[in-house]
Write a protein that binds this ligand. Sequence first.
Ligand code: F6P
Length: 529
Amino acid sequence: MFQLTRSVTWQALEKLYQETANDRIRDYFTADPQRFDKMSLRVGGLFLDYSKHHVSDAVLAKLLELANHSALVQRRAQMFSGDIINVTEDRPVLHTALRNLDKGPLMVDGKDVMPEIQRTREQIQRFSEAVRSGEWKGYSGERIKDVVNIGIGGSDLGPNMACRALLKYRHPELSFHFVSNVDGTHIQKVLNRLDPATTLFIVSTKTFSTQETLLNAKTARRWFLDNAGENADVGAHFIAASTNRKAAMEFGIREENVFEFWAWVGGRYSMWSSIGLPIALSVGFDGFMELLEGAYEMDQHFIKAPFSENMPVLMALIGIWYINFHGAETQAIVPYDQALHQLPSFLQQLDMESNGKSVDIFGHPINYKTGPIVWGQTGSNGQHAFFQLLHQGTRYVPIDFIASLKPEPGFEDHHFALLTNMLAQANAFMEGSQKGSQLDPYSCPGNRPSSTLLLDELNPRNLGALIALYEHKVFVQGIIWNINSFDQWGVQLGKRIAGEISERIDEHSQDFDASTQGLLALVRQHFNK
Ligand code: F6P
């Protein structure tokens, strides 16, 4: 059995950690005036500065060796060509096919999947144009004004994040709402504001079996019929994005309004599929295509650039350096852009559901840390909340700062303040306030690492590239850790037990532990069970 931590490169990295643990990042800049130029790179509209990291030249060279000695080249080729790399679920992993703008075929199980991807894209185009133009009418003949996406996890977070990020590109006559939580107050709050005659519901669920989504969809349908009349046309107001056409049709959705996608698209990687319908409705089909183009551009960079100039590979290696050698437990995501306020939640699922694993791809326990706890919120808000701990607390938290350079017309002074705050923080984290003196116990120690990612502009293309960048970063880390980044058995366990508990609540079942039984007894009192 291959043991990552016994490899010569891993052990050399451990030694390098001992040797460089007390280095000051700022001293790397003094020693090498070219450091910023050497440790920054551009891909399309994205610029990454990774110079403010606790990474010496020798460390970077060893990390690159780690990537070179891993299965990355082979697995990357396997992923893009549709081989079964999600071994526990026996599936290929092909979200990249959804944004593949090459004309060539892509064979899965002896079948070219590109024509069906193209067909679904055309369906998305026709539908989004009909709704946006007002050609699509509700039961009373009025145009759609509100779109409600009902979905959870990957069927919510991607389109939700992207619609908010691209709000300034939104169709002026359409409003978007996202209902995910099974807590009834979520859907109630949304429905209270809506008119059924002008509302379109998208039931977004890969499996069409997720409890939360089905319950919310049924509540929405009940509300619709109660308010529009029992005979109102459900099919004109409910559509679905799902791999489960049959269940969607049983729900009352017309066959032509079930937007297909495929088992080889993971939920958290699905915003490029018909799960991205709200994005196409909001920014238009051309904008949706620009999002795909940006992701495609990042895919091409990921495939072609040497590791030493490969943005996702470099970000992944630096993450591994902190997680496995510096002992960092978390990764903070801090977008200095209010439109990106959902990005930390999106990346949380992408990273934690993918790399929250403790066995390798063969099911053997591993003896090293894997995916970090991903968290964060927008700056400058975070500065007045959790940054204190980052500056002076006892934990070591690498940070990704993300911002777009282009100001909103009329708000140039706000944008300048936003960007200068971000640069000030990144500088302060690195420099601290000691300036060489150890005397002041209240000083900030500094030497805290960060990346800075600058988008020329927050537009669909650059957003697509940004999300693909993080997808590939997570992929690279998963390959180096030799884990399966594409299954989620922990989540499935929770889904199964929730089903069992709700099915057997009235049985007074002794099968659950005493604590669960005791709590269930308290719940039962409120449900006449
Ligand atoms: O959170 C687990 C998960 O399986 C995600 O991967 C998926 O995005 C989500 O549940 C919702 O599943 P579905 O799209 O099938 O409703």
